[in-house]
Design a binder for this molecule. Structure first.
Ligand SMILES: [Zn+2]
Length: 303
């Protein structure tokens, strides 16, 4: 039996214990009872590492009869550019930028008597791994857009690279300036939750989508732009890596009108060999990412 601990840091932290790539028991969540999108923003990087270690320690505590096996690997998924255990950048969680998260967490865990290797992955890549594992498609290309404050792009199988899909340029309009990274015309500057609040200072994003349904012209225009932006970015990835499966998840995924999105993508992808793509909105759950973080960590052990 393989045992792994999966940890996911997005707008909140969740940690769970996986046995044979299945979640066992109740995942732990921080903060325990809040949907607030900025709950982690004010926590310094060092404290975040301690928080992670506390959750992992609770999941590995040898306090059951019979005692649980020690984990083979610990997988941590974080938003941002992750390479070789280092968070190279993280526009929506700036305090972890530059952090050697894998080695820092390994040290803190070692002090608590936990010796399993730590593998750090991008959160969207972890969700792609989790979707591929859940659906028995670990041998197929799986791509995921995560729609929250930040817009993440993940893919399984993992390949080295930057893959900041949320920061692809989808507009040449210099007024499109709401991206968390400061770049002009970015997908996240249109679709990101924080970006939407900056654009509509008088309306919450939920109200924007509701008023669009009721016919408000300004909101309708924006909701169309929102879908065209996602279509443009998806069409670009279809033109680069081919058609296939795209999944959408995260806080704002329920805003997606799939027929509208599909129609926009079809207007942008005209080559016949590229038109066999599929689109699916995933229900919001932390389990897929947890599973993916664990699967990625176990795969990293094997490679
Ligand atoms: Zn950006």
């Amino acid at each position: 039996m393989t045992t792994a601990i999966g940890v996911v840091i997005t707008d909140h932290i969740v940690a769970g214990r996986l046995e044979d790539q299945r979640l066992t028991g109740q995942p732990l969540r921080y903060p325990a009872d809040s949907d607030e999108l900025d709950a982690l923003a004010a926590i310094p990087g060092g404290e975040l590492v301690e928080l992670l270690a506390t959750q992992i320690a609770a999941l590995t505590a040898n306090d059951t009869v019979p005692p649980r096996p020690a984990p083979d690997a610990i997988g941590v998924a974080v938003p941002g550019i992750v390479r070789n255990g280092v968070v190279e950048d993280s526009p929506n969680l700036p305090q972890i930028k530059g952090m050697r998260l894998a080695s820092d967490l390994t040290k803190v865990l070692a002090a608590r008597g936990i010796a399993a290797p730590v593998h750090v992955a991008n959160d969207a890549d972890a969700i792609a791994a989790g979707v591929a594992a859940t659906r028995g498609q670990l041998n197929k290309l799986t791509r995921v857009w995560t729609l929250g404050n930040g817009i993440g792009y993940g893919r399984w199988p993992y390949i080295d690279g930057v893959w900041e899909g949320g920061h692809v340029t989808v507009s040449l309009d210099p007024r499109e300036r709401f991206c968390g990274c400061g770049g002009l015309g970015h997908l996240e500057g249109i679709m990101g939750y924080r970006a939407m609040r900056l654009r509509f200072l008088d309306l919450e994003p939920e109200e924007v989508f509701a008023q669009a349904r009721q016919g408000d012209p300004r909101c309708r225009e924006f909701v169309d732009l929102w879908h065209r932006a996602l279509a443009a970015a998806t069409a670009s990835f279809i033109h680069l890596a081919g058609p296939g499966r795209f999944y959408f998840t995260g806080h704002s995924a329920h805003f997606i009108d799939l027929p509208v999105l599909r129609a926009h993508i079809e207007s942008m992808v005209k080559m016949g060999t590229l038109q066999s793509f599929s689109l699916e909105v995933l229900p919001p759950d932390d389990e897929t990412a947890l599973l993916g973080a664990g699967v990625s960590a176990l795969r990293a052990l094997a490679s």
